[in-house]
Design a protein around this ligand. Sequence first.
Ligand code: ZN
Length: 243
Amino acid sequence: METAMETRFGEILSRAQETGRAVGAFTCYDLLGFEAVVRAAESYRAPVIILVSPSSFGAQGGGRLVRAFRAAAKASSVEVLVQLDHAGDERLIERAADCGVEAVMADGSKLPFAENLAFARSVVRSMRPRGVGVEAELGRVEGHEDEAGETLSGATTEPGDAEEFVKQSGVDCLAVAVGNVHGHYSGTPELDWGRLEEVRARISASLSLHGASGLPEADLERAVSLGVAKFNVNTELRMAYFR
Ligand SMILES: [Zn+2]
């Protein structure tokens, strides 16, 4: 599938990668969390992505929350982009776009390859004309996105599959599973750097790494040097919030 125009999401990520950086994406559940993340981004003069989980968007007031984030984003001195995270339901994705999200994660990673691809293609087809960027996941980043339990790493991303998936879906960004997990790592995390490099070399889309909470800083730096353009962080924020 040809990607006719670049979305703002795709543009922010490719600009980060070109300058040897990555964009942080942080799950926020209310305006207090949003304020903390955006202030931190402003202090670094860095663009930032605010993630809204499907459970908080699907709950009472979820639409209002997204609209509030979008309004508050306009009042910040850095680029702030709001993304619906880990959505497996196209109706939820449509509704989030109606509320103004500028990116969605179409998460079909639990599905077999062909179904995951069909889902991602369909979301790209409906979202791209609206300027909404799409991220998908291939392989399986294990762990619950909305909980902070200990997790073992899941099925890793095959570079050949990643190439075909990106070509045929037209997604802006691909989340890879290379030993990263959501939540806490049981033991020392060991990322498969060779696999990450091979995936990076074979696809045109940006790469994201979920489960960045708990990865040592040196690992994050190495991942950026290998071309990862987006990190998803939730567990560390949640721990700080509850403290
Ligand atoms: Zn995730």
